[in-house]
Design a protein around this ligand. Structure first.
Ligand code: KE4
Length: 428
């Protein structure tokens, strides 16, 4: 594979964009080399500026669950753009997608749309603090809820790569209100609650972690958090920016049967356009301006293009709930195939998977939290990443990320991927 044009474009980009990218994880810092510049994408495939076709296992970090340039979404955006791109005034479309989302997700009465997952999680925490009149929050080491100050404390995703889980610029005043717990460790959370009696407004958690690789909750973890929140007047926030409308129509609340008090969305809900959202029962959501005292706003929140894309995306998923099983079956097939060839090549690894999320870790111990996620052999991961890239397969450029399976993938694509993993791992 040649990446001459991407390298040239990256050099140009670095002159006018910090690090040449608009989001750090794209810079390949965890794996080395220069980022791939994409020219276009369709279905399960990316086409880069050097004419290479790549099977895409990232899918814009989750949104492209139906494949890139999904025709109904594209058509909806084109038609809507002809009627104006933003008004800063209410439109019927926002009510339509809000009503559909509320019908698909359990335990929510109302939803507020914003422009990113960060904005959704940031707003959800402010709402929880306003509603409970308490200041502190608990987050989990290795979980990532976007780049709002309160969350950049032992954050996951790209923040781990840069070895700056506590980013400069986050004040001590902010950091003191964020308590850190260990994922999958209910007793650790109980201890924190006891030590901060009546001061904790919310626990925010990725109910399936996707920013330290993919880490499903251990049995009893979410149930334990639910009980602790109920017993201590703490709001439980499920950050379902990755898992919402991906793991099930109703996300992890549906899968686990555990109800959060507030749920955050992003990625799939926008169909590839900038959309985030947060939702809860009316008693909580009505605390938001203009009804209630908690202020939250956005010029482009609910804009027609993003709503048009998101509405078609949710309508498609709502009408075809079998897609979630199809995605899970494809992911299981991929898992079994990769497992078989890595074992045959005597590679030390473990694979985590749930629904259409999967991650490969080059370590023998189970990956259940931030600490164990850090045990993987990154040199092997780099060989894995670049070896697959050479074979025309694009996985996350970091061991701390999850692969996102798209329904556009065929079983031939999966077989091709498994064969590539076999070839690449022979010389680990
Ligand atoms: P955005 O602000 O990037 O739309 O969403 C933040 C966010 C919130 N919550 C969860 C669970 C998330 O995974 C994310 C963003 N995910 C990363 C991928 N690990 C986005 C990729 C990037 O930062 O470029």
């Amino acid at each position: 594979m040649l990446y001459k044009r991407s390298s040239q474009l990256f050099a140009e980009a670095e002159k006018v964009i910090p690090g040449g990218v608009n989001s750090p994880v794209r810079a390949f810092k965890a794996v080395g080399g220069t980022p791939i510049f994409v020219q276009r994408a369709k279905g399960a495939y990316l086409y880069d500026e050097d004419g290479n076709r790549l099977i895409d296992y990232i899918n814009s970090w989750g949104p492209m669950i139906l494949g890139h340039a999904f025709d109904p979404v594209v058509q909806a955006v084109i038609e809507k753009a002809k009627l104006g791109t933003s008004f800063g005034m209410p439109t019927e479309l926002e009510t339509q997608i809000a009503a559909l989302a509320v019908s698909m997700v359990p335990n929510i009465d109302k939803i507020r749309f914003v422009n990113s997952g960060t904005e959704a999680c940031m707003s959800a925490v402010r709402l929880a603090r306003g509603f409970t009149k308490k200041d502190k929050i608990i987050k989990f080491a290795g979980c990532y809820h976007g780049h709002s100050d309160s969350f950049l404390i032992q954050a996951g995703s790209g923040a781990i790569t840069f070895g700056s889980p506590n980013s400069p610029g986050v004040t001590a005043g902010t950091a003191k209100d964020t308590l850190l717990a260990n994922y999958n460790d209910v007793e650790n959370v109980r201890t924190l609650i006891e030590a901060n009696k009546n001061e904790i407004a919310a626990i925010i958690v990725e109910p399936v972690a996707g920013n330290m690789g993919c880490i499903p909750p251990n049995k009893g973890f979410l149930e334990g958090l639910r009980q602790l929140c109920t017993d201590n007047d703490i709001l439980l926030i499920f950050d379902e920016v990755m898992t919402g409308f991906r793991l099930a129509k109703g996300g992890v609340q549906e899968l686990s049967g555990v109800n959060s008090d507030i749920v955050c969305f992003g990625k799939v809900i926008g169909g590839g356009l900038p959309v985030g959202a947060f939702a809860a029962r009316a008693e909580i959501m009505d605390y938001l301006a203009p009804l209630g005292p908690v202020y939250q706003a956005g010029t482009l929140s609910g804009n027609p293009l993003a709503m048009a894309a998101g509405l078609v995306m949710l309508q498609t998923l709502d009408k075809d709930p079998a897609i979630f099983q199809r995605l899970a079956d494809k992911t299981a097939y991929l898992h079994e195939g990769i497992d078989k060839v890595l074992k045959a090549n005597n590679v030390v690894f473990t694979i985590n998977r749930i629904g259409s999320m999967i991650s490969v870790h080059f370590d023998a111990t189970p990956v259940i939290d931030f600490k164990s996620a850090g045990n993987g052999d990154n040199e092997t991961f780099k060989k894995f990443f670049h070896g697959l890239l050479e074979e025309g397969i694009y996985i996350a450029p970091s061991a701390y990320e999850t692969w996102f399976i798209t329904d556009a993938l065929t079983y031939e694509d999966l077989d091709f991927t498994i064969q590539a993993v076999d070839k690449v791992s022979k010389n680990f």
